[in-house]
Design a binder for this molecule. Structure first.
Ligand SMILES: [Cu+2]
Length: 332
């Protein structure tokens, strides 16, 4: 049976050589559609948004964003190339080898084609190794420690807000949870805590949590990092463009996680000095410490927080509690 069928197919093929020539020309016309679409997408890429793969910010937002955008768009270009080739081959095979009128059963089966199998194995291997190498290269550059940063900031994540210690200036800001508008679906803009950074200066951000795992994510910086209790993480970068950038907690941390917003204001050196001075004038001198850690403030733990927050410490007079003083270490 099988041999007979194979014979019949070859016969049909032989008689139809001329017609299949015509068909092949028609096929090229069909192939032109996906190719044309791909070219259109590439040409549309001339717009700013598309040329950076629809990522927010610009290549100059921080000293890392150009590198991140290149990795992202470069990966997409290669993967779309693979996609176009693969989709074209699938469509081509489906059209050329479709069942013709009068054909029955299976066509001749092909297997153990060494060159093809080497190709199938080799190309993905090269792609995976390539992506790995470029990712490792960029990650190493982004994570590289700045030994002597111009500005040191300590960020505390807490349910559901942020505290900012300006380490060199010895001042601090305690944020609260972002407020929702009473009528409407938006938040009260003024209630979002703001971290100020001077433009063009190298920054080290030390990340700590008072309670659960959070994540510090500035959207336009194209980078986020987990914020853990009892382990410090670090971020190093140079903000290069003045502006106000939205940030949010990127780790589901509880009921009001969605309101754990913040902003990063990248400002001139003078504005930065003026801002930290305003904190000093408001009495926010010193550093917010770990005394407000959710674990150490549990009653009866005997942790360092207990004594400092207890109102019976009358000598110092520091503890006639005004919330701004809570958890403030002796800065001087
Ligand atoms: Cu959070």
């Amino acid at each position: 049976m099988g041999r007979f069928r194979g014979y019949r197919m070859r016969e049909i093929h032989h008689h139809n050589t001329e017609r299949s020539q015509v068909r092949r020309n028609r096929l090229f016309r069909w192939a032109a559609i996906p190719l044309g679409a791909a070219v259109a997408i590439v040409l549309a890429g001339c717009s700013q948004a598309a040329s950076q793969g629809f990522l927010p910010g610009t290549t100059e937002t921080t000293n890392h964003t150009g590198r991140i955008i290149n990795l992202w768009t470069g990966s997409w270009v290669i993967l779309l190339g693979v996609g176009v080739i693969t989709w074209s081959l699938i469509i081509w095979a489906a059209v050329v080898y479709r069942r013709r009128r009068g054909q029955t059963g299976f066509p001749v089966q092909m297997r153990y084609n060494m060159p093809l199998e080497i190709l199938y194995t080799g190309i993905p291997l090269i792609l995976v190794l390539g992506f790995f190498a470029f990712t490792a290269r960029d990650q190493a550059a982004i994570e590289e420690r700045i030994e002597d940063p111009d500005v040191q900031i300590q960020v505390y994540g807490k349910r559901w807000g942020w505290d900012f210690n300006y380490v060199d200036e010895d001042v601090y800001f305690q944020g609260t949870q972002t407020q929702e508008q009473q009528n409407g679906n938006d938040v009260v803009d003024d209630s979002i805590p703001v971290l100020y950074l001077p433009v063009g200066q190298s920054v080290e951000i030390k990340l700590d949590s008072r309670d659960v795992a959070h994540s510090f994510w500035v959207l336009d910086f194209l980078y986020k990092k987990d914020v853990y209790p009892s382990k410090s993480n670090y971020m190093y970068f140079v903000p290069q463009e003045e502006g106000v950038y939205m940030g949010k907690c990127a780790e589901l941390c509880g009921e009001f996680h969605s309101l754990m917003l913040f902003k990063v204001a990248v400002v001139s050196e003078e504005e930065y000095e003026a801002y930290t001075q305003s904190l000093r004038d408001a009495g926010n001198v010193g550093q917010v410490g770990n005394e407000l850690d959710a674990f150490s403030t549990e009653p009866g733990t005997g942790a360092p927080g207990d004594g400092e927050l207890a109102p019976e410490d009358e000598e110092s007079g520091e503890n006639d509690v005004d919330t701004n003083d809570l958890g403030q270490e002796d800065g001087e």
